[in-house]
Design a protein around this ligand. Structure first.
Ligand code: SAM
Ligand code: DTB
Ligand code: SF4
Length: 330
């Protein structure tokens, strides 16, 4: 197996071989964490966490068949079907998010792809949120190159579009759009000059190799995504993936550490699934290089640890939010 020179880890490379990625993933846990934390410190303040807030601007009724998702029309879940929110509702939610210390506001819609009229309204939301001094992010499904340019012109900073898993496992999870469709949307986003937020989900029944392949695909893109969300599957009753065996928390930590080494300058977001993780596991994820979370009581449709819980955790770990003033000295 190609074994990378561990002391040279830390430079940005897009030519990783799959064997190198596997070798990193398979390191003894303590070596892996040591190098991940060492490399993390080359770029980032290890005690700072970026905080984003999510809002579902269009919930439920999605025609796609993503087997993890409670918003698909194909599965019977408790998620209803709402219309696209009004601009005022989005504005109010963004104001609350900003007051609570978020620096980025991410708007999610249960679309396969946005229609022209929907995109017009979403562009107004982007302009409004940006004028409030927040970074903007959206996740709306597939985009054409023209739609990506329109969003960029409206002031969109980030677009979230996940590969979710390896190309090999993908067909077990989604049949209504292909891996290639996803890569094309990501290319359109990159070409438009919007920062890319792209990651995946762990705990869907994928193998260790699938996890390494997902990271390898991300780390061999012509440019690494600026932001990489690592979600733990939130098991929702009524979805096909409900009842999957739970993810081993150490596998989550190992995946984050590998992502940190393969993509040294990307933000790694410990995304969905934190309500099922205890604080010690989250602390290990931060040690492995995770440096962003979603803040607030809710993700899109499922719960997230409350603000007071996260503030207490940050205090216990001596972590500070990006954008907050540094600790006074003396
Ligand atoms: N509909 C758009 C799309 O799929 O591209 C945007 C919203 S979709 C809910 C955004 C991402 O949320 C998905 O790609 C998936 O990675 C993540 N997600 C959805 N349901 C999840 C679940 N139950 N557990 C973990 N992550 C989930
Ligand atoms: C991402 O990777 N995770 C977020 C965000 N991007 C849009 C979504 C998580 C959704 C979890 C299930 C739900 O709340 O519906
Ligand atoms: Fe629709 Fe997105 Fe859910 Fe898939 S993940 S069913 S595309 S909302």
């Amino acid at each position: 197996m190609d074994r990378p020179d561990l002391d040279s880890l830390g430079s940005v490379r897009t030519d990783w071989t799959l064997e190198e990625a596997r070798a990193i993933f398979g390191l003894p846990f303590n070596d892996l964490l040591h190098h991940a934390q060492r490399v993390h410190r080359l770029t980032f303040d290890p005690n700072r966490i970026q905080v984003s807030t999510l809002l579902s601007i269009k919930t439920g009724g999605c025609p796609e068949d993503c087997a993890y998702c409670p918003q698909s029309v194909r599965y019977e879940t408790t998620v209803g079907r709402d219309d696209l929110l009004d601009l005022d509702e989005v504005k109010a939610a963004a104001q609350t998010a900003r007051r609570n210390g978020a620096t980025r506001f991410c708007m999610g819609a249960a679309y396969r792809n946005p229609k022209p009229k929907q995109l017009e309204r979403i562009k107004d939301m982007v302009r409004e949120v940006r004028s409030m001094g927040l970074e903007t992010c959206a996740t709306l499904g597939m985009l054409t190159p023209g739609q990506a340019r329109e969003l960029k012109d409206a002031g969109l900073d980030y677009y979230n579009h996940n590969l979710d898993t390896s190309e090999a496992f993908y067909g077990e999870i989604i049949t209504t759009r292909t891996y290639q469709d996803r890569l094309e949307t990501l290319e359109a986003v990159r070409e438009a000059g919007i920062a890319v937020c792209c990651g995946g989900i762990l705990g869907m029944g994928e193998s260790e190799l699938d996890r390494v392949q997902l990271l390898h695909t991300l780390a061999t893109m012509p440019r690494h995504p600026e932001s990489v969300p690592i979600n733990q599957l939130v098991q929702v009753e009524g979805t096909p993936l409900h009842g999957r065996p739970p993810l081993d928390p150490l596998d989550l930590v190992r995946t984050i550490a590998t992502a940190r080494l393969l993509m040294p300058r990307s933000y790694l977001r410990l995304s969905a699934g934190r309500t099922d993780m205890d604080d010690a596991v989250q602390a290990l994820c931060f040690l492995a290089g995770a440096n962003s979370i979603f803040y607030g009581e809710k993700l899109l449709t499922t719960p997230n640890p409350g603000r007071s819980h996260d503030e207490a955790l940050f205090a216990r770990l001596g972590l500070r939010r990006e954008g907050d003033a540094p600790e006074p000295v003396g």
